[in-house]
Design a protein around this ligand. Structure first.
Ligand code: NAD
Length: 315
């Protein structure tokens, strides 16, 4: 099946100078006009592709008047809501402040579209596998019990619901994603998600020690950024992806030990590993059921070996 594409459209990407947003902008820039709003708290301007049809605005999405004026002026076809304080730890330290960004600012976008009847083709909100919490049931389906354990996960889940219910109640086309562990080029190494992959790679390259919390056999569903970008475009284009949430992952899990072995093969270097107790609150295993997304025609193309190899080459 040919993959869908977005063309001749006005697209807003909040958080577009970050890891996922900048890779998405790169994939869409050729055929579309893109506006990126990012306060550069984590993202970098250098991540963004260059071109006359890329409009970068350094600004916070928490400035409601600014965002409302932007939406009313541009009348975007597609809106990707990716801006967030993506560090769980940071949301535990600053729950009220990060709530404004992770939830209220997104609600402001929905409310502006509702009250001004703006003709958007679709809005996509990026939620997280963190909403599932420590529930041991695997693989996680979108219908699995949720158990948000941090302000980050609470805001992600509540905003997911706002996005879906605004869609249903006010006839605004919306969809939400639950990303698992995304990795790839342009990832900020401070990311609380797949930061571990960049740390392992950095340790191998520099010959320094890498410390495993636990025995290294904890598993994650690591998904390469190019597969994530494909999933985002499919979800935007599919009429069957409406008022609903979708896991975005590969449906395969890999242990950290396995991943470090693959990096060792790619680099030809050995990882100097130390081991200690697991950290309190760390999830042992994570794996997604992606059948819902597969039904829309999504097929992850990158094996972990291919993804890590491309990551290494572009790092
Ligand atoms: P990222 O930190 O690289 O990107 C987020 C961007 O949002 C950054 O560029 C940051 O500067 C920007 N931002 C933060 N606060 C802002 C504000 N007030 N106004 C404007 N911009 C602001 O993270 P990412 O990995 O690209 O994540 C993108 C989205 O996906 C986030 O919503 C994150 O919670 C979600 N997510 C990511 C993963 C993953 O594995 N990377 C997993 C689950 C969910």
């Amino acid at each position: 099946m040919a993959e869908p594409s977005i063309k001749n459209s006005k697209i807003l990407i909040t958080g577009g100078a970050g890891f996922i947003g900048s890779n998405l902008a790169e994939a869409l820039i050729k055929d579309n006009e893109i506006v990126v709003v990012d306060d550069l708290s984590m993202g970098k301007k250098e991540n963004l592709p260059q071109g006359a049809n890329l409009h970068f605005i350094e600004h916070s999405i928490a400035d409601y008047d600014f965002m409302s004026t932007l939406l009313e002026t541009w009348k975007f076809d597609y809106i990707f809501l990716l801006a967030a304080v993506a560090s769980v730890a940071d949301t535990i330290v600053r729950p009220a402040e990060t709530h404004i960004i992770n939830q209220d600012a997104n609600l402001n976008v929905l409310e502006t579209i509702r009250t001004n009847k703006l003709p958007v083709k679709k809005i996509l909100f990026s939620s997280s596998a963190a909403v599932y919490g420590n529930n041991p049931e695997l693989p996680k389906k979108e219908t699995s019990p949720i158990d948000p354990l941090s302000p980050y996960a609470v805001d992600k889940f509540a905003t997911e619901r706002f996005v879906i219910d605004y869609g249903r109640l006010y006839d605004i086309p919306t969809v939400a994603t639950r990303f698992f562990n995304v990795y790839g080029p342009k990832q900020n190494p401070k990311s609380p998600y797949s930061g571990v992959l960049s740390l392992i790679l950095a340790a191998i390259k520099s010959g320094s020690e890498f410390h495993f919390y636990g025995d290294g056999n904890q598993t994650r569903d690591f998904v390469f950024i190019k597969d994530v970008v494909s999933a985002l475009i499919i979800l935007m284009c599919s009429d069957d992806a409406m008022y609903d949430v979708f896991n975005v992952a590969t449906g395969q899990s890999n242990s950290l030990i396995n991943v470090s072995g693959i990096f060792e093969n790619i680099t030809g270097e050995k990882l100097i590993a130390t081991f200690g107790p697991m950290r309190t609150g760390d999830i042992r295993d994570s794996l997604a059921d992606i059948s819902k997304l597969r039904e829309l025609g999504y097929l992850p193309k990158y094996s972990i070996e291919e993804g890590l190899s491309e990551y290494y080459q572009n790092n």
